[in-house]
Design a protein around this ligand. Structure first.
Ligand code: GDP
Length: 178
């Protein structure tokens, strides 16, 4: 059976960097200096012969900011249709910026996933950017903002390799669970 994990998050959350770290590839998910430049769906195939497991990089939510209302609406419809109808989808990884998330858009996304019963896991990015003296407090705030417990959220840093192996292991489990 085909299985797929989707990765969502606002622009600049560190999505491309994390996907590169998880897939052990450099510069494949293209990281952009201009927030929100990745507008296409990028599929990373994780195995071959036959290719059945993949990670789908969905466009960051912030991308549509400067776009017309029409472009924003069609972007939203594309993401919604994908998340609601993709049969291979086994998990949505919701990336939240560890420095200041969740933002209202992150909460909207979470509530939407909850309301549709779509399996999801929250990953807080840029662990290295939060001062160690502030980490406990930040972890509590981020969890509370998501209406969850601290232990429900996996904190990672692609820059310093915090919990990347653990997340890669989870990714493998999700993709192989069925
Ligand atoms: P995307 O727009 O979500 O795909 O975000 P990118 O992967 O392009 O990253 C946005 C910015 O955050 C880039 O300047 C990255 O170098 C930086 N970044 C990503 N992950 C980390 C991290 O774990 N730690 C730090 N310090 N910076 C990161």
């Amino acid at each position: 059976m085909e299985t797929e994990i989707a990765v969502v998050g606002r622009s600049n959350v560190g999505k491309s960097t994390l996907i590169n770290a998880l897939t052990n590839r450099k510069n494949l998910a293209h990281t952009s200096k201009t927030p929100g430049r990745t507008q296409l769906l990028n599929l990373f195939v994780m195995d071959q012969d036959p290719p059945t497991r993949a990670i789908m990089d969905l466009p960051g939510y912030g991308f549509a900011k400067g776009a017309s209302k029409k472009a924003q609406a069609s972007w939203g419809r594309m993401i919604e249709t994908y998340l609601l109808e993709r049969e291979a989808l086994v998990m949505v990884m919701v990336l939240i910026d560890g420095r200041h998330g969740p933002t209202p858009l992150d909460v909207t996304m979470l509530n939407w996933l909850r309301s549709h019963g779509i399996p999801h896991t929250i990953v807080a990015t840029k662990h290295d950017k939060v001062k160690s003296s502030m980490r406990q407090k930040r972890k509590r705030e981020l969890a509370e903002g998501c209406d969850l417990e601290v232990g429900d959220i996996l904190w990672v840093s692609a820059a310093t390799n915090v919990n990347i192996d653990q997340l890669r292991g989870l990714t493998r489990q999700w993709l192989e669970a069925t």
